[in-house]
Ligand binder design. Structure first.
Ligand code: 3PG
Length: 213
């Protein structure tokens, strides 16, 4: 899959809602209720981080939830890409971009939002054909002001900023023309997950879905 086709696919996914939840699943039995709760609140695109042993099983389970578009986050290696694809992930997200990771996504046909934080990183990915990127770590890399500045010389790249985004500051990013959506874990917090408070997750998702409404 070409980088250009990958970015077309990830742009479509980013257009589904203003926020992509960044989800950490520690117990695979939490996966389906979490996905249902987020979809019910209006957030269909879900990023499950490959940071826990339960992550791949969670992706497999969530992929069967009606309305959910399930991706794998924290892709670091070609093995991660293969495992995510095999589990049913339809897109991938990575905090950065390496040659091996990009080649694996191109070979496996997994649309990737590769991470970038500087103009040079953005230019390197654009040169390869990627025009939809993750901006990470968004808050400490300069926040919305940095993205606005990068957008002046490189307006053709769209971003999903992630890292330090909350209901309070999300609008600063979403107001920018080069922001496709934002990513964040605040809509799927550990506390609610551990408590099985799925109604609470739906409430957070609804507030997030209304950010661009
Ligand atoms: C990520 O995994 O992409 C980010 O670390 C999520 O960041 P947040 O927890 O600050 O939303």
């Amino acid at each position: 899959m070409t980088p250009a086709d990958q970015s077309l696919a990830t742009r479509r996914i980013c257009a589904l809602a203003p926020v992509v939840p960044v989800i950490v699943i520690r117990d695979a039995t939490q996966a389906v209720p979490m996905a249902r709760a987020l979809v019910a609140g209006g957030l269909p695109a879900l990023e499950v981080t490959l940071r826990t042993p339960a992550a791949l099983e969670a992706i497999r389970a969530m992929a069967g939830v009606q309305g959910a578009v399930v991706g794998a986050g924290t892709l670091l290696t070609p093995a991660d890409v293969k495992a995510a694809k095999a589990a049913g992930a339809t897109f991938g997200v990575s905090p950065g971009a390496t040659e091996r990771l990009l080649r694996a996504c191109e070979d496996e046909g997994l649309p990737l939002l590769p991470g970038a934080a500087t103009a040079t990183e953005v230019m390197a990915l654009l040169e390869r054909g990627y025009s939809a990127l993750k901006f990470f770590p968004a808050a400490v890399a300069g926040g919305a002001a940095a993205l606005k500045a990068i957008g002046a010389p490189i307006p053709q790249v769209g971003f999903c900023p992630t890292g330090g985004i909350s209901l309070q500051n999300a609008r600063d990013y979403l107001a920018l023309p080069n922001v496709l959506c934002v990513g964040g874990s605040w809509v799927a917090p550990d506390g609610l997950t551990a408590a099985g408070d799925w109604a609470g997750v739906t409430t957070l998702a609804r507030e997030a879905a209304a950010l661009r409404g």
